[in-house]
Unconditional design. Structure first.
Ligand code: ZN
Length: 162
């Protein structure tokens, strides 16, 4: 679906997913210590054999639009749940598990680091869905109530820094 953008007046196609390639905690590790301290792939991250993270998809519904705005974000997991997920990655019959949102970005001006979440596992090679705890944080409100397509594109432009 094409959309004439209220931000930049250009015509856009589908919304991009806004993804983070690592949790903030791993991004803060200095380059010269990274290899020794961080294990990281596209879905899993362990720092110092002590802090465990998984990557999931946080979806924000858009009013009158089939496509959601999707954020590829990392959430922390306690070790026991991280290992349960590792051993049962192909089944949806685990969880949901608590985690802290582990990426820092601004959503409608409010920082997102350490919001409470639940990871809902989907199995079958799909990333878990991240559900925010119900609060008055704008990201939590947006996940419950949805946003307009204009707002979604505004957020995309903020994320892309233009
Ligand atoms: Zn635009």
């Amino acid at each position: 679906m094409t959309y004439t953008c209220a931000c930049c007046d250009e015509v856009h196609d589908d919304l991009p997913d806004l993804s983070f390639d690592r949790p903030s905690y791993a991004a803060d590790v200095p380059d010269d210590e990274f290899e020794a301290r961080v294990k990281l792939n596209e879905d899993l991250c362990v720092v110092d054999d002590e802090f465990y993270f998984i990557r999931g998809v946080l979806k924000i519904p858009i009013h009158e639009n089939e496509q959601d705005l999707g954020f590829g974000v990392w959430v922390s997991q306690k070790k026991e749940n991280f290992e349960t997920n590792l051993e049962n990655y192909d089944t949806p019959d685990i969880g949901p598990f608590f985690g802290w949102l582990s990426n820092e970005f601004k959503f409608k001006g409010e920082p997102t680091l350490s919001l409470k979440t639940m990871a809902h596992f989907q199995g079958y090679g799909q990333r878990p869905l991240i559900e925010l705890d119900e609060s008055d944080h704008p990201l939590s409100v947006a996940q419950r109530n949805g946003i307009s397509l204009d707002e979604a594109w505004k957020i995309v432009h903020e994320y892309l820094g233009r």
